[in-house]
Ligand binder design. Structure first.
Ligand code: NAD
Length: 262
């Protein structure tokens, strides 16, 4: 029997076929999961609807996490359609790209708050609603990036990811007694819409590719396979974990001296 047969879950964060959430959705669907999706705004609906249809899914709901009523509407619709869910994928982040360059110290209060609400607190708000729909237990996953290091230009988003990772630990503790597991994948750089918002993204992508132990970037299919582990029974004893899927880049403190230009 397929690994995810009989399991239902919500995928939030597909913008197009390059999205990490799309790689995860494909891996889950290939193992028999039944999926519901959200999209942010009408212009993305046109991109997302054919993808969702290609997996045979028929639940596609609008959701902008800045509007808590739209989040509530998603869970009300799922409650009516399915009554319960088994898993949740949160692959949502946003910051003003004018602040994803230069110094972190120059972040504005307005963009700090907005970045934190969309990229961090939305996971807590959504996780609370999802857990209430997991009477038989379940699994949740969010996406992080290099949260305990400093990356040029990543700035406030790096601060939001650090808070997101700590949220994963607190939520894992809150929901653990109800058999709901909460984990994150810290993915290596992937060329997506969100990724392109960071200044010099191409340079960062190429640098990590050159210096990661595997000497390559990761694909959304690879992130999908690791997500499948964290969202399925294969990881039944794992919660509160930040799992790196980054060709090993996070272990490197300094490139080999033979690779450094004199
Ligand atoms: P993406 O642009 O394909 O996905 C980002 C998604 O966030 C989009 O679907 C967008 O609609 C959604 N979003 C933004 N603001 C929203 C809002 N207010 N309400 C609802 N949805 C909103 O890019 P991606 O790279 O696949 O990003 C998915 C996740 O992966 C993000 O959390 C990102 O930080 C993380 N991540 C990305 C990389 C990378 O290099 N691309 C690496 C590690 C982690």
């Amino acid at each position: 029997m397929a690994l995810m047969a009989g399991k239902r879950g919500l995928i939030m964060g597909v913008a197009n076929n390059h999205s990490i959430a799309w790689g995860i959705a494909q891996a889950l669907a290939a193992e028999g999961a039944e999926l519901a999706f959200t999209y942010q705004g009408d212009s993305l609906r046109k991109r997302v609807a054919p993808l969702v249809a290609s997996l045979g899914a028929d639940v596609l709901l609008p959701c902008d996490v800045e509007d808590i009523d739209s989040v509530d509407s998603v869970f009300a619709a799922l409650q009516e359609k399915w009554g319960k869910i088994d898993f949740l994928v949160h692959a949502i982040a946003f910051s003003d790209k004018n602040e994803l360059k230069g110094r972190y110290a120059d972040t504005t209060r307005a963009n700090f708050s907005r970045t934190m609400v969309i990229s961090c607190f939305s996971f807590t708000e959504i996780a609370k609603r999802a857990a209430a729909m997991m009477p038989d237990g379940g699994a949740m996953l969010t996406l992080s990036f290099m949260a305990n290091r400093v990356m040029p230009n990543y700035n406030v988003m790096g601060v939001a990811k650090a808070a997101l990772e700590q949220s994963v630990r607190y939520l894992a503790s809150d929901f653990g007694p109800d058999a709901v597991r909460v984990n994150a994948i810290s993915a290596g750089p992937v060329r997506t819409l969100a990724g392109a918002g960071v200044n010099d993204a191409r340079l960062m992508f190429n640098y990590q590719k050159a210096h990661a132990p595997l000497r390559r970037s990761v694909s959304i299919e690879e992130i999908g396979k690791s997500a499948l582990y964290l969202l399925s029974d294969w990881s039944s004893g794992v919660t509160g974990e930040i799992h790196y899927v980054d060709s090993g880049y996070n272990i490197i403190a300094m490139p080999r001296t033979s690779e450094l230009k004199a």
